[in-house]
Design a protein around this ligand. Structure first.
Ligand SMILES: Cc1cc2nc3c(=O)[nH]c(=O)nc-3n(C[C@H](O)[C@H](O)[C@H](O)COP(=O)(O)OP(=O)(O)OC[C@H]3O[C@@H](n4cnc5c(N)ncnc54)[C@H](O)[C@@H]3O)c2cc1C
Length: 579
């Protein structure tokens, strides 16, 4: 029997992202609608009445850990709240101009045609963090309980493996694992339905999928890492409402990658670079790829005379329809990025995350109506998804990312063919479409790789001099530690590391030899360092967990899969206010 406080709720949402915030709001209004129809005798059945609904969020406030581009397709928010603009939704600008640049090292061209999936005219440029803060206020006004600084650290199951809630993380444990005077045990939030909307690589979703085999018969998820800065630039450098997507430099043709520049109000721009975490070259450093991207003359021209004001990084689940887990089990639903709802071809997941949340809410109303919270009723969620516009949008592009694993040129041909075949193009290939990223990383053999003096990364590259010649000048390009400062990242240092490296001996031996310790490069926040150890006479792993921006890259990209990201003490992490 648990000694922890048990708090009975009806529905618990894990994560205050667009998926769960839309879900909770929609749940409230759908229940009101349902009860009203019954009261008026226009619907048969029983009233549901007031439900206790909670949203737990690990960030210090709603929006603190939300990082996106972001161009928002308003299709879902319009369904949620038709008058969202009049209701005060903080959209920044309307997209007025689209461009697609193909970049080379020394320049680039404006493509004469913008690929249709990247046409955004009329959509909204937003700070998703601000939109989530606003949605959080709407939820609270509707009577939904929001608990920031409450990470859900474990799923709670009954004896039949049905989910019956979540345990929140303990507070006040020191780095040796002892209780401090301010120790507060986490609570058990018991719920009839738990909804996981933790975003990309959710830590509970990972536990759940593995325990209940929800990925059986599915293809492995593939991820990308988006590294972003906000800049203030001189008037005239880049128009408000302009949206640029790029292909080419600095990614090589075997590596999935592309950049974006979005013009916000007051000469602020969102600029970033996405690198597929299924790259082959273990020397790739996605943060350095982004820095290199900014040195392209066409991009540097946009930033000339400006200053960086904020930094962040976050993974994106890119596999889409083929890599969707089973979305339900007894007592639980998975929504948003955790459920692979992002459209990789459009690099858009806000609208699909929201819609998935709304469909989950409608499923939950049915479950309460029939007082059945098992898979028997919750399976309707998957049916609703497949009957909605989510299916119409995701199914035709189901082979988009998989095709990139064969290289850029074949992927572009495949993308064209997709339009003609409604997505079948790469599906003609007999092999599986997606391979887990960490399985694609190539070994470097026994070469020991030194970090070059320019600071961009190792000097002895496996395939190319990827980062040579462009130092971090702290004006246009920044090293990771400086960038982390601009992410306003903070964790109480007197707590156990939330980055569990299951076998550090591998780091000092096999990984050093086989991959040159890629954690030092794939982490965009300088968390992992191989440090000389005077006692052992070799380099040993040092984990600077307090730098962690919660992007989950390490949990995904480690070739041995021995890094387990778990939730730190509540409130720790980046502060992405306004990102
Ligand atoms: C760099 C980048 C650029 C993007 N650009 C665009 C774009 O332009 N347009 C677009 O439509 N989409 C874009 N996306 C995708 C979009 O941001 C996501 O699809 C969307 O945010 C997913 O919403 P979500 O609610 O599923 O998860 P998230 O937005 O990730 O929110 C999850 C929330 O859950 C919290 N959480 C996680 N685990 C726990 C836990 N165990 N306990 C408590 N809280 C927890 C997190 O702190 C976070 O607040 C972009 C994504 C990235 C990373």
């Amino acid at each position: 029997m648990s000694e922890r406080e048990q708090v009975p709720m009806d529905v618990v949402f894990v994560g205050a992202g667009p998926a769960n915030l839309a879900a909770a709001l929609h749940l409230k209004s759908e229940i009101n609608k349902h009860d009203d129809l019954i009261e008026k005798g226009r619907k048969k059945g029983r009233k549901i009445g007031e439900l206790e609904i909670a949203i737990v969020e690990k960030g210090s406030f709603v929006g603190a850990h939300i990082l996106s581009g972001a161009v928002m397709d308003p299709i879902a928010i319009r369904e949620l709240m038709p008058d969202f603009i009049a209701e005060g939704c903080p959209v920044d600008s309307v997209v007025t101009e689209d461009a697609f640049w193909y970049l080379t090292e020394k320049g680039g061209i404006n493509a004469p045609l913008v690929p249709p999936p990247l046409k955004n005219k009329g959509k909204y440029i937003v700070s998703l963090s601000k939109v989530c803060e606003w949605l959080g206020e709407k939820c609270e006004a509707a009577g939904i309980n929001i608990f920031p600084e409450f990470p859900a650290s474990e799923m709670i199951y009954d004896e039949n493996d049905a989910v019956i809630g979540v345990r929140t993380g303990d507070k006040g444990i020191d780095k040796e694992g002892h209780k401090k005077p301010n120790f507060e045990p986490g609570v058990d939030l018991l719920a009839k339905v738990t909804v996981l909307g933790e975003g990309s690589r959710g830590s509970l979703a990972k536990q759940l999928m593995s325990r209940l085999g929800l990925m059986e018969g599915k293809e492995p998820q593939v991820f990308s890492l988006g590294v972003k800065e906000l800049w203030e630039v001189p008037e005239g450098n880049f128009a408000e409402g302009k949206v640029v997507h790029t292909l080419g430099f600095p990614s090589d043709t075997r590596t999935y990658g592309g950049g974006w520049i979005y013009g916000l109000k007051n000469n602020v721009i969102s600029i970033g670079y996405v690198t597929g975490l299924d790259y082959e070259d273990p020397m790739i450093d996605p943060h350095a790829e982004f820095q290199k991207f900014k040195t392209n003359p066409k991009v540097a021209e946009v930033l000339a005379g400006g200053k960086m004001i904020k930094y962040g990084a976050k993974t994106i689940n890119a596999g889409g329809y083929h890599t969707m887990p089973k979305l339900y089990a007894d007592g639980v639903l998975i929504v948003g990025d955790s459920g692979s709802f992002l459209n990789g071809q459009r690099i858009k997941g806000i609208h699909t995350a929201m819609k998935s949340g709304m469909l989950a809410a409608e499923t939950i109303v049915g479950a309460f109506e029939h007082e059945d919270f098992s898979s028997k009723t919750l399976r309707h969620f998957e049916e609703k998804v497949n009957l909605s516009w989510i299916y119409d949008e995701l199914h035709p592009v189901r082979n988009f990312h998989g095709a990139f694993q064969k290289g850029r040129w074949s992927a572009l041909i495949n993308t064209g063919l997709q339009f003609l075949t409604r997505g079948l193009a790469w599906g003609f290939m007999p092999k599986e479409h997606h391979v887990a990223g960490h399985e694609r990383m190539e070994k470097v053999g026994s070469k020991q790789l030194a970090v070059s003096s320019d600071g961009f990364g190792p000097s002895d590259h496996l395939k190319l001099e990827r980062y040579a010649g462009a130092p971090f000048d702290k004006e246009l390009t920044f090293d990771k530690v400086t960038d982390v400062f601009y992410g306003a990242v903070a964790h109480n240092e007197d707590q156990p590391s939330h980055l569990h490296v299951l076998d550090t001996e591998i780091c000092a031996t096999r990984c050093a030899e086989e991959y040159g310790n890629p954690c030092q490069r794939f982490c965009p926040a300088a968390v992992y360092e191989m440090e000389d150890n005077a006692v052992s006479g070799r380099k040993e792993l040092k984990v600077n967990f307090s730098n962690c921006v919660h992007c989950k890259t390490c949990d995904i990209a480690d070739p041995y899969q021995i890094i387990n990201w778990v939730t730190p003490e509540g409130g720790g992490g980046p502060n992405y206010k306004g990102m």
